[in-house]
Structures are given as C-alpha cells and as structure tokens.
Design a protein around this ligand. Structure first.
Ligand code: B16
Ligand code: MG
Length: 219
C-alpha cells in the first residue's frame, strides 16, 4: 500500500500565535510612526518574516535599506519570542490531541510544514517536538508558501508521493502551496477564504481521520 502521509502547518492549525505576530509587528510599526490593523495582519498568515516585513513597510510607505530591514526583523522576532516563551501545552488548539491519537493509531506518518524559523521552539514549548516523523520549517526552505517546497520536502522525508499526502492549512498561501505540490488540502478556517481546499472545517475538533482518508482521489 502506498504511504499515506499527513503534513501539518503549525500556526493556525496546531497553535495560534497570529496575535503574537500582530502585537510584535504593530509595536515595530508604531515605533516607525504608523499603525497596522488586525485586518491587515490577516494577509500575513503563512507568509515568511521577510515577506511580511516588506508588506508592512510598503503599507507604511517606507523604503529602507536591507541592513535596516534586517535589524527590524530581528527586533520584531525578539518581541515575538517574549510572547512565545510564555506558551505551554494549554496553547495547543482544540481537537489536535484527539486527531493525533487517531493518526498514530492508524500508523500514518506525519510531518510539520511551517515557514516559521521558530517552529521547533514553539513545538518544544507545547510539548509536541516528538510528535512528528519529520519537521520542515523556515530554516530548511529557500522559498516560502505559496511555493510548494516546504510540503514537497516533507513528502520526501516521509518517503511518500505527493498524491498520497494530505496537507492541513489555515492560510490561503498554504492551501495554494499544497495544491501546487499535487497534494490534497484540508483548510482549517472559513470555506469562503480557503476556497481552493478539498475540504474545509473550522478546526481539527470538527474532523475525523476517516473523513480525511475518504477524500476523493486519495489512494
Ligand atoms: P517566523 P506557519 C508562519 O507560520 C506564520 O503563519 C506567519 O504569520 C509568520 O510570518 C511565519 O510563520 C514566519 O514566522 O517569524 O517565526 O519565522 O503558518 O507557516 O506555521
Ligand atoms: Mg498557518
């Protein structure tokens, strides 16, 4: 039987640190003399740190040197990590533990597919570092989502063909990455936003493994 593999995005699927990213980016924007709204922050989900910074500076009408941008990205990350350091297993999103129990009982392989460079640290804080057979994060990829690199690398590490992989994602860019990689995609969030996904649920608490394995075309 071909290997079926499940690839999980981190932020927005296993935990939700979007509010931490927002607070840290907002602090940086305010220090530079402008503001960002929570609505604006929505479009940064699943987008890498450098790409997020470019979008924010563009929004504030600022053109800065690469050196200054590197300083700002480092400062933002320090502020973000202050918030992450307070995380515990209580920050794991509803439904994750039960879903992982089903996955393990079925003997399926799992990989993390996150563009975050802090993914390992977050997994450590929530006690899930050993729950994945492979971890692909922002330190292992050259191109962020919507490029499929992060998920294709995960499939290779698990020894699975893309056609036998299912990706769980909360971001439009992540769903696009999964589809471009030839994988099935389960959206976590709103069907109106994640329209490209094969199936959309509000959270992993609203999904069983059996429903995932019966997705059309998965063999
Ligand atoms: P970092 P994911 C992404 O994580 C977040 O959704 C996105 O908002 C963030 O900018 C990105 O990680 C980079 O994070 O600054 O920690 O490297 O959704 O791919 O797990
Ligand atoms: Mg995400």
């Amino acid at each position: 039987m071909p290997v079926k593999a499940l690839l999980f995005d981190l932020d927005g699927v296993i935990v939700d640190t979007a509010i931490f990213h927002y607070q840290a980016w907002r602090r940086m924007a305010n220090a530079l003399g402008f503001d960002i709204t929570e609505e604006f922050n929505e479009q940064l989900k699943g987008i890498s740190r450098t790409e997020s910074l470019d979008r924010i500076l563009d929004h504030g009408g600022l053109l800065l040197s690469d050196e200054r941008k590197a300083e700002l990205a480092t400062q933002k990350n320090e502020w973000y990590l202050e918030l992450v350091s307070q995380m515990t297993p209580a920050n794991i999103l509803p439904g994750v533990a039960v879903f992982f129990e089903q996955v393990k009982a079925a003997g399926l392989k799992t990989a993390l597919g996150s563009v975050s460079k802090n993914a390992r640290l977050i997994l450590e804080r929530i006690g899930m570092l050993n729950d994945f057979d492979a971890i692909i994060d922002g330190t292992k990829i050259v191109r962020g989502k919507p490029d499929p690199e992060v998920f294709l690398k995960g499939a290779v590490e698990l020894g699975a063909e893309p056609a036998n992989c299912v990706v769980f994602e909360d971001a439009v860019a992540g769903i696009e990455a999964a589809k471009r990689g030839g994988m099935r995609a389960v959206g976590i969030g709103s069907p109106a936003v994640l329209a490209q996904a094969d199936l959309v649920v509000p959270s992993l608490a609203d999904l069983t493994l059996a429903e995932v394995l019966s997705l059309p075309g998965l063999h």
